[in-house]
Design a protein around this ligand. Structure first.
Ligand code: ZN
Length: 313
């Protein structure tokens, strides 16, 4: 029976459980409560912690998150459900996707801020500094600017695809231009901004803008506040079964609610970060963001209903 093999793997990862009816009660690796409160049901393939509400509709999530490489391999041998790690999962769910990605060149006036200091760069550097963006952020995000040209007076943040090629960039004015952003036209649903740097095995934050994502760490900007189910990003999130933290601007509550509803339909582990009191994540310090993330509200059908009643979302 594959269930007893799978039980054995869970025990190796989470230690000996208490048994209660058809359920196994483990110590919760997430909240580390001193009593075994993480209830797992192998037959139904679900788990829930009664303390921190860590919930999932697939035990594979526990194995992927807390197991070793060996555990993951063994698990996939006994798992007769759809293999979440295979690319065919997305195809099964969403149908074959055409690879219709367009590559871009950065504007020819682009000057990188990652290299040696150039006195010409003082103004854009000061702008970034005032926004709380550090030298490390500049290096990590490969930030630059254009002194003139079509994107003149704009900070440029490039997006790299998995091959390390540029598939998009954003241009944010550092000179009080009437148009804050000037970006290339985009089939927004076909790219994942900076996919090259995304860690799908860690908590992943979805933000509206790139400057929000810089504060949030392992984060992807939606470049807006909506995310259709047919978009590549939505598909990848479902495929990787990554825990998602939604951190949209406070004025996009309604759109956040739609996104939460859509993602819950795919059984995605979901949390909502309260950004109220700030204009957006980009105006928080990293420390402020971490605090908000640590107190994010877990989202499931039940909590969604409750939060709707309370007017939280
Ligand atoms: Zn817990």
């Amino acid at each position: 029976m594959s269930d007893s093999n799978k039980e054995q793997i869970l025990i190796e990862i989470l230690n000996t459980p208490l048994r209660s009816g058809g359920e196994l009660l483990f110590y919760c690796p997430k909240c580390k409560h001193h009593k075994p409160k993480l209830s797992c049901n192998l037959r139904k393939n679900v788990f829930k912690c009664w303390v921190c509400n860590f919930t999932g509709t697939n035990l594979t999530r526990l194995v992927k998150r807390y197991g070793s490489h060996k555990h993951k391999q063994e698990w996939s041998r006994y798992d007769d459900k759809i293999d979440l790690s295979s690319t065919s999962f997305a195809d099964t769910l969403f149908g074959e996707q055409e690879a219709n990605e367009t590559l871009l060149n950065l504007p020819k006036e682009f000057i990188s801020l990652t290299g040696k200091h150039n006195p010409l760069s003082n103004i854009p550097l000061r702008y970034l500094h005032e926004r709380g963006i550090s030298k490390q952020d500049i290096l990590k995000w490969k930030i630059g600017y254009c002194p003139d040209g079509e994107y003149g007076g704009r900070i440029i943040v490039p997006s790299f695809n998995l091959d390390g090629k540029i598939n998009y960039f954003i241009g944010r004015s550092y000179r009080d231009d009437w148009m804050k952003y000037k970006n290339p036209p985009l089939h927004k649903n076909s790219i994942i901004f900076n996919e090259l740097y995304v860690d799908w095995d860690s908590d992943l934050v979805l933000t509206e803008g790139v400057f929000d994502a810089i504060v949030a760490g392992n984060a992807i900007p939606l470049l807006g506040s909506t995310l259709p189910e047919t978009s590549r990003l939505f598909q990848e999130v479902a495929k990787h079964d990554t825990p998602i933290y939604i951190a949209l601007d406070p004025d996009a509550e309604k759109k956040a609610k739609y996104l939460i509803r859509d993602m819950l339909q795919y059984g995605i582990e979901l949390y909502k970060i309260d950004v109220r009191g700030f204009q957006d994540v980009g105006s928080m310090t990293k420390q402020e963001f971490v605090e908000r993330k640590n107190s994010a509200l877990p989202m499931n059908a039940e909590s969604l209903f409750k939060y709707q009643l309370q007017g939280i979302i």
